[in-house]
Design a protein around this ligand. Structure first.
Ligand code: GDP
Ligand code: MG
Length: 797
């Protein structure tokens, strides 16, 4: 029967996996292998996804994914599953006696230059990598962020016992296969950067699944030390692990660590140095035995490959041969310079077929089975499970938080508190910052003579920086919530609850929070997408978030509905918000049909046990995000505001007028009309004419680019009125708008790209200017088309 048919509370044994390679591989590395027991724990409130318990941890699977896992009740499974062939689990690598193999010697040569050790942190998500990183390098000011295409890796350095240690916090992965972008990132880092030492962070209380990744490091023959992290949890559960013996068997030194308190980290670093100096007695290269059939095919292939002189030396021959048997695309790409690659591939292809016929399972499954077999064998001798149920409170909280009736109300309450705090409480410090900047502006006004320079500094620079700085309190508060939710484990539950709904849009459960945040401000909302691991879901979420009508658009919407639809204001406002949501859903679907046909990562998501977040980690997250915002976004916005200021200030009406103070007092209509912005407004007027817009509304659309609120003040300048009521009546009386062109304007402003800050955030968060450009073009097109449709429909009445 299918795993999805299992009722809550029932246990069964896995007998077969179907589905495409990426899915199978992913699910195998997370512990779904033949013969493993799995328990259905809890349905999410909408019955999809489902929480399962396997290998001592909780995982969420979508129903469609659970359909692809065939299970049988324990009794029947015993008959069905032939016992795994028994073979000795591993053997020492003969070829690299004392680690003299090609990959080791070359590596030693390449690193012996100086006293710098490059260390990479590798491990499962939530295994405490970042905690280890922060404990080691966090206090050091040299913590630079560099981002890959989408994934961030952090680098820091510190001194220890005469060495300069550079440490990189790599993204969390369950394996180093090359299916997810994170895995590809890690693999490329290991291949290209060739770190001297790997610290593999392993959750001590969940060694079985965590060591899977370690077995891949063994295949890659990297100098690794295992940090048995969260050792406190292992002790609390009453479990025992003979880590010295285990490390001896695996050929990898292991150190118990409590990253949260920093315990054991000194020992960890000592071993890093021992490994670097070649003085560690535990480390040796072993070969995991993949069984007679596989080994029989592997031997001739590696022998053949061994003869080649152009094989990259980063990894051992056996590893490349294994990867070719698996037909791993990334490995094939890395071997593209090898003259004999095609022959090897052919050989591997035939071998894979023979393995399939003889074992009735594909190579990847055979390898995963053998890896888990090896881990099990090693743990049998060294690990005694605990007798204390440490997951009791996690189960209790989950029963409440993912409850059919209470799940949603609790989630809505949490969201409400977050939303309220971010946008309403955040408004107070926001006002203070605003006041501070205008005070500063006034102050400067007094000291710099009136004219272009004063205007540039006060309106351009101070105003521009101020418009960015006001978001800081919101971002801090937002990240307080996000850090708390992530570190405590609630974020995974929120995704668990919302996934069904979001999946219908082609998105991920974790997309909900950013989209909701979008109603407040798109900038922090887009930053909140970082919690989404799936690359395509994240990009789609980023691109649809701008359609959530942010609070900056509200004053414009209110002004226009008040002026032109006073009797239907609430209906019009709500319709506009709904229109934004509809366009977002449409866009998400469209992107799924076209660019991102399949979600490349299955939903399979670990539901980590609830943990109490530490204050230090939370504060650190808040500060990091804030700093990034100020640095990256601040510069872009500053430049853009200065440009817009320049365009609206120049050219001055006439050179002689410029020297008379009276004319620089205020931007007049003619000032705008003759400025570059006015020219641009006139230039784009024909493009907006089909929507019933004239040059004034065109100017307003241009000035809305730095921030949407500016539409209101632009009309204020254009009509020379200071008050909101004044602008409203001027709007009506000017004859610039009819109700239908006003409606078209509203729709245009709603769907048009929100502001420069958002575009800059899209660029930094997607890691690509192209996506930012796409967003600008797409949103403008959509805004135009929708505005046009509204204008045409308006004409029918
Ligand atoms: P990463 O995803 O691998 O970077 O993991 P994090 O460093 O973010 O840690 C995940 C969670 O484990 C956080 O809530 C940490 O506070 C917690 N954690 C980290 N180290 C320890 C530890 O030694 N003991 C316990 N009990 N919790 C820890
Ligand atoms: Mg981390």
């Amino acid at each position: 029967m299918k795993l999805s048919e299992l009722k809550n509370g029932e246990t069964a044994v896995i007998v077969r996996l179907s589905g495409h390679g990426g899915f199978r591989k992913r699910i195998m590395e997370m512990g779904f292998i033949r013969g493993e027991k799995v328990k259905s724990v809890l349905d999410s409130p909408m019955h999809d996804p489902i929480k399962y318990h396997i290998m001592g941890y909780d995982i969420s699977l979508r129903r469609g994914e659970a359909d692809m896992i065939e299970v049988l009740p324990e009794e029947e499974a015993k008959k069905e599953l032939t016992p795994a062939p028994s073979f000795s689990c591993f053997s020492a690598c003969e070829e690299c006696n004392g680690c003299a193999c090609r990959s080791c010697t070359q590596r030693k040569v390449s690193t012996k230059k100086n006293n710098v050790i490059n260390v990479a942190l590798v491990g499962n998500p939530n295994s405490g990598k970042t905690s280890i990183f922060n404990a080691l390098a966090g206090e050091n000011e040299h913590v630079g962020n560099y981002s890959g295409v989408t994934i961030d890796a952090k680098t820091g350095s510190f001194n220890y016992k005469g060495y300069r240690i550079n440490i990189t916090d790599l993204p969390g992965t369950y394996s180093i296969a090359a299916y997810s972008p994170e895995e590809i990132y890690v693999r490329r880092h290991l291949f290209e950067q060739m770190p001297d030492i790997i610290i593999n962070s392993v959750v001590a209380s969940n060694v079985e699944r965590n060591l899977y990744l370690t077995t891949e490091l063994i295949d890659m023959n990297l100098r690794t030390v295992v940090a048995l992290n969260m050792y406190d949890e292992l002790l609390a559960s009453g479990a025992k692990i003979d880590y010295e013996h285990l490390g001896g068997m695996m050929g990898i030194p292991m150190v118990p660590v409590i990253a949260k308190t920093g315990k054991g980290l000194d020992k960890l670093l000592d071993i890093v140095i021992e490994l670097f100096e070649g003085k560690n007695s535990t480390i040796r290269h072993i070969h995991i035995n993949y069984g007679n059939t596989l080994e029989g095919e592997l031997a001739p292939l590696s022998e053949r490959m061994h003869k080649a002189s152009d094989l990259p030396y980063q990894f051992p021959v056996r590893y490349w041969a294994l990867k070719l048997l698996e037909q791993d695309k990334e490995a094939i790409a890395q071997l593209h310079n090898c003259a004999e690659l095609t022959e090897w591939q052919q050989m591997a292809g035939h071998a894979a077929k023979r393995i399939h016929t003889s074992l009735k399972i594909d190579v990847e499954t055979a390898i995963s089975d053998a890896k888990y077999g090896f881990i099990n064998g090693a743990l049998q001798e060294t690990y005694t499970p605990g007798n204390k149920d440490t997951q009791k409170h996690t189960r209790r909280i989950d029963r409440l938080v993912a409850n059919r009736w209470l799940g949603f109300p609790i989630f809505i309450l949490v969201m409400w508190v977050m939303f309220y705090t971010v946008f309403l409480l955040g408004a107070y410090p926001q006002d203070w910052i605003d006041a501070l900047f205008s005070f500063f502006g006034d102050f400067v006004t007094r000291f710099i003579p009136e004219g272009a320079i004063q205007d540039l500094i006060v309106d351009g620079i101070i105003g521009g920086v101020g418009s960015v700085a006001v978001f800081i309190p919101q971002i801090l508060i937002l990240y307080l919530f996000i850090s708390l939710m992530e570190d405590s484990g609630y974020m995974a539950r929120a995704a668990f609850i919302m996934d069904r709904l979001m999946h219908k849009m082609g998105l991920h459960g974790k997309s909900f929070i950013p989209m909701l945040m979008g109603f407040g401000c798109n900038v922090p909302a887009i930053m909140a997408t970082r919690t989404i691991e799936s690359h395509s879901s994240r990009i789609i979420t980023i691109l649809v978030t701008p359609f959530m009508s942010c609070s900056a658009r509200l004053p414009v919407l209110v002004l226009f509905t008040g002026a032109f639809f006073p009797n239907h204001a609430p209906t019009v406002l709500i319709s506009l918000y709904l229109l934004g949501i509809v366009v977002a859903v449409f866009t998400a679907r469209l992107l799924r049909w076209t660019r991102f046909q399949k979600d490349e990562t299955p939903f399979v998501m670990e539901l980590p046990p609830y943990r109490i977040p530490t204050l230090r980690a939370t504060l650190r997250h808040m500060w990091e995000k804030c700093e990034q915002y100020i640095r990256k976004i601040g510069t872009t916005i500053l430049v853009a505001t200065v440009i817009i200021w320049f365009l609206s200030y120049f050219p001055r009406p006439t050179e002689s007028d410029n020297s008379t103070p009276a004319n620089t007092e205020q931007m007049t209509e003619s000032g705008y009309e003759n400025s570059y912005i006015g020219m641009i407004g006139r230039a784009i007027e024909p493009a907006l004419a089909p929507l019933g817009q004239n040059w004034r509304s065109s100017v307003a659309i241009i000035t809305s680019i730095p921030a949407k609120e500016l539409v209101v003040s632009t009309f204020g300048v254009l009509y020379s009125s200071d008050t909101e009521e004044g602008i409203e009546s001027d709007l009506k009386e000017s004859g610039d708008f009819s109700p239908r062109s006003a409606a078209a304007f509203l729709v245009f402003i709603l769907l048009f790209f929100p502001c420069i800050a958002t575009v800059a955030t899209i660029a930094t968060e997607t890691g690509s200017r192209l996506w930012a450009l796409f967003s600008v073009v797409y949103n403008t097109t959509v805004a135009w088309v929708a505005g046009y449709i509204v204008y045409i429909i308006g004409g029918l009445f």
